[in-house]
Design a protein around this ligand. Structure first.
Ligand SMILES: CCCCCCC/C=C/C(=O)SCCNC(=O)CCNC(=O)[C@H](O)C(C)(C)COP(=O)(O)OP(=O)(O)OC[C@H]1O[C@@H](n2cnc3c(N)ncnc32)[C@H](O)[C@@H]1OP(=O)(O)O
Length: 396
């Protein structure tokens, strides 16, 4: 990886454009690229097991099953337990959780166990500092506008000048907003974008301006955050609707597979340029997209980066319905207000019935996708792509 850093440094130095911002960003990128993603040791695993014992809040059965499965995989490898009988419910649930991990390598399972415990500890710390939504007061957001009326909580991405790129703060705020929305009085929750874009996806400057010695740690923590973020979409208990007001890129597209309804303006496009960025599918899209549109169409999008129009995305089942941009807002909100008058608890239960069958699978896909990204997010290709983006931007 050091080769790429040197090439990038030369290219950067040769660039006619120079600004203090660029110079401040580049050393951070240059110095981190020599390493690979850190792997949890046996000791880390033992520490994580002990940390779990100190956790004050019960993380719930699903998480406990996931931890059980990861621990068994990390210590014993492939599931070696005979499948329990259908009435042996607890052992069967454990067997299924472990067996779902397939031939996940022991080291990856160990890492995932450690990461999951770290995210549980950090979320229990933040929730003990104030429960979002518990007092019905919306937290203050910098990157979102959250409103609640007519039975609808609307979460609007609000970085229009950056095409609603999702920076680390926005990931955190969306987690908070979803947690608050899951507990508020609204019947449905809507995610949409402010301005001409729905969202340009992950903010490509998330790792720039990071001191060189801290980049590996920051990448690792950011991926834990993104995994928690995706987990909130998997677990969201009420109908969740995307109002895709304009183009969507990257993680803003992949997440759509976890929504219950996706309405799009005919101006919207759907683009997942992962390979060009040295990245891989996330947001559970490696599982949801082949299911939604079939494996070959999913491959064209997720691996070859084919950009779909709204009509194409609708024909392939990713989008529920497309509206002319001119009447998009009026038509969509009229429809949603009518839907929000339906009995809230009935919608919630119906959603659970549909989603529960898939939840475990989706969580394990999320863990696996994060662990793949963990290994490549600081690769040559990924760093090159960010550098190219920054250098083009600087020349504008
Ligand atoms: C944190 C952990 C990482 C986990 C990895 C997660 C896996 C990755 C998932 C993804 O989402 S990959 C997709 C990433 N997104 C992109 O590649 C899009 C990059 N942006 C563009 O290609 C273009 O900006 C655009 C979206 C096609 C729009 O082009 P247009 O010419 O219309 O506008 P611009 O002048 O380029 O943009 C205006 C302004 O916004 C900034 N910006 C736009 N998108 C991003 C972004 N994704 N990240 C950071 N900044 C973005 C752009 O730089 C401009 O800023 P200024 O120059 O005006 O300051």
């Amino acid at each position: 990886m050091a080769g790429a850093a040197v090439r990038l440094a030369r290219r950067w130095a040769a660039s006619a454009v120079r600004s203090p911002v660029q110079d401040a960003r580049f050393p951070a990128l240059k110095l981190h690229v020599g390493g690979t993603a850190m792997r949890a040791s046996q000791k880390d695993l033992e520490n994580a097991v002990n940390q779990m014992k100190l956790l004050k809040k019960d993380p719930g059965n699903e998480v406990k099953l996931k931890l059980y499965a990861l621990y068994k995989q990390a210590t014993e490898g492939l599931c070696n337990m005979p499948k329990p009988g259908i009435y042996d419910l607890i052992r069967k649930a454990k067997w299924e959780a472990w067996n779902t991990l397939g031939n996940l390598p022991k080291e990856t399972a160990r890492q995932n166990y450690v990461d999951l415990v770290a995210s549980l500890c950090s979320s229990s710390e933040s929730s003990s500092q104030g429960k979002p939504g518990a007092d019905r007061e919306q937290p203050r957001y910098e990157t979102l506008v959250v409103t609640s009326e007519d039975g609808i909580t609307k979460i609007m991405l609000n970085r229009p000048t950056k095409k609603n790129a999702v920076n680390l703060q926005m990931y955190q705020e969306i987690i908070l907003a979803l947690k608050a929305a899951s507990q508020d009085d609204s019947t449905i929750t809507v995610l949409t974008g402010n301005g001409d874009y729905y969202s340009s996806g992950n903010d490509l400057t998330n790792f720039t301006n990071t001191p060189p010695g801290e980049i590996q740690e920051k990448a690792k923590n950011s991926l834990i955050l993104v995994r928690e973020f995706v987990g909130c979409f998997i677990d969201f208990p009420k109908p969740l609707i995307a109002v895709v007001n304009g183009p969507a890129v990257g993680i803003a597209v992949t997440l759509l597979g976890l929504f219950d309804i996706v309405y799009a303006s005919d101006r919207a496009t759907f683009h997942t340029p992962f390979s060009r960025l040295g990245l891989h599918p996330e947001g559970c899209s490696s599982y949801t997209f082949p299911k939604i549109m079939g494996p070959t169409k999913a491959t064209e999008m997720l691996i070859f980066g084919k950009k779909l129009t709204a009509e194409e995305a609708c024909a392939q089942g990713l989008v529920t319905e497309v509206f002319p941009d001119r009447t998009f807002q009026k038509e969509v909100w009229t429809r949603l207000k009518a839907y929000a008058k339906l009995p809230s608890n009935v919608l919630r239960i119906s959603k659970q019935v549909i989603r529960n069958r898939e939840k475990e699978k989706l969580h394990s896909v999320n863990v696996e996708e994060s662990s793949v990204l963990q290994g490549t997010v600081l690769s040559d290709e990924a760093v090159n792509a960010v550098m190219n983006f920054l250098s083009k931007r600087a020349k504008l």
